[in-house]
Design a protein around this ligand. Structure first.
Ligand code: SF4
Length: 396
């Protein structure tokens, strides 16, 4: 039995290598926290205090909450918190003020809220049909009669669309837990407080949808367990890497982290830098040469036509220029299909067609082909070297 959570599965889906470092190797990230996560955590703590104080009939005003939040900020903020968007002119103080506004707006729009609060930062586990457990952590759980509300505070600066809410895994899984724990629950409403927009997005699932979701979760867990067994955790570099705490341990960024630390002279002497620069230069030259070759070929054809010759002589070589016939197959999808059918009907398809290697390769590697065929091919390791522009330099 293993405990899974939405963030555990999401980490694997976002980047299997990050999952490995975090959940298997249990490596501490080199970045203690990002400013977004830090601010989000303090806002959560402040809203938790708001409901706790209300429960104990303590005086809770907006000013008290903002002061609580500011005090927390002073106490817990440290210089090693990462501000990814610093290059856009954003500073810690901007995030601090954003958090204050979120709390203030939330207070105003929820001070008359009439639901009964059952739990805050509720922690429990849900046993899945495969025997694994699902970690449940609900920001705010409330009810009105037999209708329950699973509420999540979101401090993202991107609003959640209705379709996203309707397919969100995290809260929907919690609604399975609510239905299991509270037998009177007739409805479970999932609610996202989009604090940056002072808006609420809600969603509700049917029993069938929850059953299907549970099955999807079990399949996602199986995929993780398979990857763990095979030790197969590829990196997945995306824009989100800027927020990843493992950049210097990641094969996709380790070399960058190393050269960024080097003085210019040492950087220029780095073998990796030299290889890539030379490789890029050769590729550029090859592409120029290819263009030049195409241009010369066109010139030779034109020359041969004008002079009515089919061999052109150079100092040490000669070029033969001959016109020839070639067929052009139908390009339109429908016409192409009809053409292939005709070839098959006439019994010449087998003779004229070739195995599509990229398709076969992909089917075998993805296991989308029968074992009898798969067993007849060998799987070898090979290397692919591809070149692309450094995006980090483009953004500077
Ligand atoms: S830096 Fe990007 S690719 Fe590397 S582990 Fe982190 S998320 Fe994955």
């Amino acid at each position: 039995m293993v405990i899974y959570s939405n963030s555990k599965i999401s980490t694997f889906e976002t980047c299997p290598y990050q999952y490995k470092l975090h959940y298997i190797d249990k490596i501490e990230p080199e970045i203690s926290q990002t400013i977004e996560a830090f601010m989000g955590d303090l806002v959560h703590q402040t809203l938790e205090k708001m409901y706790k104080d209300k429960k104990f009939k303590k005086n809770v005003s907006k000013e008290i909450l903002i002061k609580f939040y500011r005090d927390l900020w002073e106490k817990e903020y440290s210089e090693d918190i990462l501000i990814v968007r610093e290059n856009e002119g954003l500073k810690a103080d901007n995030y601090k003020k954003m958090g204050e506004k979120y709390i203030s707006d939330y207070y105003d729009s929820h001070k008359e809220e009439d639901m009964t609060i059952i739990g805050l930062e509720t922690q429990d586990r849900l046993t899945l049909p495969d025997g694994n457990q699902w970690h449940v952590r609900i920001d705010k759980l409330g009810c009105k009669g037999d209708t329950y509300f699973v509420c999540d505070y979101k401090t993202n600066s991107r609003i959640k669309m209705q379709e996203e809410a309707d397919s969100d895994r995290q809260l929907a899984m919690y609604s399975i837990w609510v239905k299991d724990k509270f037998k009177d629950a007739k409805r479970v409403i999932l609610k996202w407080h989009m604090l940056a927009f002072d808006k609420e997005i809600t969603s509700e699932r049917t029993e069938e949808q929850l059953k299907a979701l549970q099955q999807e979760v079990i399949e996602a867990i199986q995929e993780i367990e398979e990857a763990t067994k095979e030790k197969d955790f590829p990196t997945n570099p995306t824009k989100l890497c800027d927020w990843c705490g493992y950049k210097s341990a990641c094969p996709s960024f380790k070399h960058l982290a190393e050269i960024e630390e080097m003085p210019v002279k040492e950087f220029k002497e780095d073998e990796g830098v030299k290889f890539v620069d030379e490789f890029a230069e050769i590729k550029a030259r090859l592409s120029e040469l290819q263009e030049k070759q195409d241009e010369l070929k066109a010139n030779l054809i034109e020359f041969a036509k004008q002079k009515q010759v089919d061999v052109i002589y150079g100092s040490n070589s000669k070029a033969s220029v001959k016109e020839f016939d070639k067929i052009v197959m139908p390009e339109d999808e429908k016409d192409k299909a009809a053409f292939i059918k005709l070839m098959k009907d006439k019994g010449i398809y087998e003779e004229c067609s070739m195995v599509c290697y990229p398709k076969l390769n992909s089917k075998v590697l993805k296991g989308e082909i029968e074992d009898e065929i798969k067993d007849k091919v060998k799987i070898e390791k090979d290397w692919r070297v591809s070149l692309s522009k450094r995006k980090d330099l483009e953004e500077e």
